[in-house]
Design a protein around this ligand. Structure first.
Ligand code: PLP
Length: 407
């Protein structure tokens, strides 16, 4: 049987809605970030473009200390880890990095995973299995990795409206007093860039005897005096049960982790399928992440420069009347409200102005709220910012017909 026509039909539907995913063929130029080479097609001549949508928020993926640590680790350890953590895949680099992560968040222990996605999915799935009768309270805008982990946990799930503390209180109040409870939420929500009311959620969780699981993926490296995230900035780290993060965004490398008490981390280490049955992170990545974390624990220069750029971009686009969604974070969502218009604008920007931003469409965001998600970096210059503004202004007509979502 040939099922290709079925798959093709699915692809055609995505294309007709303007939601088909085109990956930009990029070659980051080491030492020149956010400059990269872009090829329109595999045999096209490369063209230099400026990236405006990277999650390597601080450019640590090209920091000399990180590159040196990785080069040294490659020479010392070789390429891959060569096994699961249990079967020859635990190197000294893994142990050192876990100790650093625990210290970063002020927790007793940390556990590494191959990505932030896997850390959420594997940890939450395991918590539900380890705690019979667990009820999980989940923010409505939680990332897919959290949703999948909760689904696989088999635990009962109650969804509270996004960042709505009163709704969470209502749900906690109506749950059986003696049931184990876990509140799962994020600090910085990556698409709208809004920040959770952490203190109120932690207060509530304590009042109802619930544990907390905080995803700080878009905040680690970026917020707090040592880059431990929003919980650190608000002095709340010690009141959260589990803090989860990634090594792939502001830390510029790859991998994910959880931190918490010795008992909870050890229990997840001993039972989580997504941790146990997979080859561990290459030691080269661990060494790079360690260098990045150590640097950002003692240096705020990158965070400060990035904050300045974010303020400049927000101010200049707002002044020009661009529909920017307001928030207090480093993410600048430029609302378009239509998938095809979003695509037309981003195609125009890269082809005519050598500016790369990715259109963000359903299912990453709800239909009608399609957007261009801009992430200013410390390395963007005043000239880069002006070019971005002028390019957006000259491509404004392409948004014609889009329902610009409320900014
Ligand atoms: N959690 C959130 C909120 C995310 O936005 C992402 C990825 O974008 C992840 C987890 C997954 O992290 P990683 O990219 O390290 O797999």
């Amino acid at each position: 049987m040939n099922f290709d026509p079925v798959f093709q039909q699915h692809l055609d539907a995505l294309k007709s809605e303007g939601r088909y995913r085109h990956f930009a063929d990029l070659e980051r130029i080491a030492g020149k970030f956010p400059q990269a080479l872009w090829r329109k097609s595999v045999d096209a001549a490369p063209k230099q473009v400026t990236i405006w949508c990277s999650n390597d928020y601080l450019g640590m993926g090209q920091h000399p200390k990180v590159l040196l640590a990785m080069q040294e680790a490659l020479a010392r350890y070789g390429a891959g880890a060569g096994g699961t953590r249990n079967i020859s895949g635990t190197t000294h680099a893994h142990i050192e990095l876990e100790m650093e992560l625990a210290a970063l968040h002020g927790k007793q222990a940390a556990l590494l995973f191959t990505s932030g996605y896997i850390s959420n999915q594997a940890s939450l799935a395991t918590l539900g299995k380890l705690l019979p009768g667990l009820i999980i309270f989940s923010d409505a805008d939680n990332h897919n990795s959290l949703i999948e982990g909760i689904r696989q946990s088999g635990a009962e799930k109650r969804i509270f409206r996004h960042n709505d503390v009163a709704h969470l209180a209502e749900l906690l109040e109506s749950a059986p007093v003696n049931a184990p409870k876990l509140v799962v939420f994020e600090s910085v929500y990556s698409m709208d860039g809004d920040i959770a009311p952490l203190a109120e959620i932690v207060d509530l969780a304590e009042r109802y005897g619930a544990m907390t699981y905080l995803d700080e993926v878009h905040a680690v490296g970026m917020y707090g005096a040592t880059g431990a995230g929003v919980a650190e900035e608000l002095g709340l780290s010690h009141r959260l049960t589990i803090i989860e993060g990634t090594l792939g965004k502001a830390f510029g490398v790859m991998g994910g982790y959880i931190t918490g008490s010795m008992a909870i981390v050890d229990a997840i280490r001993s039972s989580a399928a997504g941790f146990i049955f997979t080859t561990s992170l290459p030691p080269v990545l661990c060494a790079g992440a360690l260098a990045s974390i150590r640097h950002l624990r003692s240096s705020s220069v990158e965070r400060e420069q990035q904050r300045e750029r974010v303020a400049q971009v927000k101010a200049i686009l707002t002044k020009a009347g661009m529909p920017i969604m307001k928030n207090k974070s480093h993410i600048v969502p430029l609302m378009v409200g239509d998938a095809a218009c979003c695509r037309a604008i981003t195609d125009y920007l890269i082809e005519e102005h050598s500016i790369y931003v990715q259109p963000i469409n359903y299912p990453t965001v709800p239909r009608g709220t399609e957007r261009i998600r801009i992430t200013p970096l410390p390395m963007h210059t005043a000239e880069d910012i002006n070019k971005l503004l002028n390019a957006l202004l000259s491509g404004k007509h392409l948004a014609h017909g889009a329902r610009v979502a409320a900014a």
